[in-house]
Design a protein around this ligand. Structure first.
Ligand SMILES: Cc1ncc(COP(=O)(O)O)c(C=O)c1O
Length: 398
């Protein structure tokens, strides 16, 4: 048959290039610090999720080196066979204590946690009720499930109530209902109304799953996350999912909740059962990250001080920072082409801030997404504000 089996590879890639939708990856030549080397240039980092600067913290680096010395470079297996080391169980014990949960389970990544666990929690005869702006890893987890799906309007609890009422009126009535939401939404930096969501879930006998990837290390006392932030009864939030790849500064996903949840999750999640476990260096560094969060509260405080200062200065200049309630601070510009131009011009002014454009956000909602960092000094923030003002005026954004 006259068929080119791989021509689509270059066709589809070229199509992305033509539409200016391809990723042009910039490369860090050294650690992720406020000032870092990117593509040969020293720039101020404004788009890393390393909120607390822990990825370069001496205690984490030492712990990683020490774990490699004591346990080697790799774990040798998947967790259920021969890949569970004492470092993994210690990390789970420490994380559960930090979260105030009965138990925690560590996955290779946050994506692996969502993709592995969600399809096991709800299947045929069940229904998953999901916020329309949930993260892609939740969406993929939901796609892997045989459950029916219903989507409610972003953070709209009246719409969620309506969807739950409709769900309960179905015949036959669903076996289980799973309500799932991001805690902090990564494109806008807004916080889900989790207390109201928890109340509605409870009234409808639904399970509640929150993805707190951007809330941990940021919200709640000492960065304990969104459940702590709203002082919620932990038994009403059945799955608290998170990641070590953002504020914790390393890599790895996790879920916390009841012992029953963890027993279920580690026996059922295919991503956990069928993929190699963290190398010792990663597990060691993650334990140290929990230690640092418990013993050095200054990082979370400084993250919030920087957030308040930067956001106010940007708003005073006339920038639209959208619905941000957290260190994720979008600078809304509208057109994709303007966002791209702004990002390029900022890079020219030695600032690394990425544009977020369609299809990641709606066509008229393109933005530069800035992310605050605890390790930035006041002069770094002033540098950023001055550069934004200069370029913003040049491009007619303010
Ligand atoms: C809301 C949310 N959930 C999950 C993930 C995935 O986490 P990880 O990087 O650990 O795979 C991300 C990362 O972008 C995220 O923003």
């Amino acid at each position: 048959m006259d068929r080119d089996p791989v021509s689509f590879l270059s066709d589809e890639y070229q199509e992305l290039v033509r539409n200016d939708l391809d990723w042009r990856i910039k490369v860090l030549q050294g650690p992720s610090t406020p000032w870092c080397n990117v593509d040969g240039k020293k720039v101020l980092m404004l788009c890393s999720n390393n909120y607390l600067g822990l990825s370069n913290h001496p205690r984490l680096k030492e712990a990683a080196i020490e774990a490699i010395r004591s346990h080697g470079a790799g774990s040798g297996s998947v967790r259920p066979i021969a890949g569970t080391m004492d470092l993994h169980t210690e990390l789970e014990r420490r994380l559960a204590r930090f979260k105030g949960a009965e138990a925690s389970l560590v996955y290779q990544t946050g994506f692996a946690a969502n993709a592995g666990l969600i399809p096991q929690l709800a299947g045929k005869g069940d229904i998953i009720v999901s916020d329309e702006l949930n993260h892609g890893s939740i969406i993929d987890g939901v796609r892997l499930s045989n459950a029916e799906r219903a989507v409610y309007k972003h953070s709209d609890t009246a719409d969620l109530a309506k969807v739950l009422d409709e769900t309960e009126r179905r015949t036959p009535s669903p076996r289980r209902i799973l309500v799932i939401t991001d805690g902090v939404f990564s494109m806008d930096g807004d916080v889900a109304p989790l207390a109201e969501i928890a109340k509605l879930a409870s009234e409808h006998g639904a399970m509640l799953y929150v993805d707190d990837a951007h809330g941990e290390g940021v919200l709640g006392e000492g960065g304990r996350g969104i459940v702590d932030h709203f002082h919620l009864d932990r038994s009403k939030v059945h799955v608290e999912m998170g990641t070590f790849s953002k504020a914790f500064g390393v890599v790895g996903g996790h879920v916390s909740g009841s012992r029953d949840l963890v027993n279920f999750a580690c026996n059922k999640s295919r991503t956990w059962l069928l993929s190699g476990s963290h190398p010792p260096g990663v597990a060691g560094a993650c334990i140290a990250a929990v230690d640092v969060l418990e013993s050095e509260p200054q990082h979370v405080k400084s993250l919030w001080d920087n957030t308040v200062y930067f956001k106010k200065a940007m708003r005073d200049l006339g920038f639209d920072t959208g619905h941000s309630e957290t260190p994720i601070i979008p600078v809304m510009v509208g057109e994709s082409s303007v966002a791209k131009k702004l990002s390029d011009r900022l890079f020219g002014e030695r600032m690394f801030a990425l544009p977020i454009v369609f299809p990641m956000v709606a066509k008229d909602k393109a933005r530069i997404r800035t992310i605050m960092n605890a390790a930035m000094r006041r002069e770094d923030l002033d540098f950023a504000i001055t550069a934004f003002e200069k370029v913003g005026r040049e491009l007619g954004i303010i």
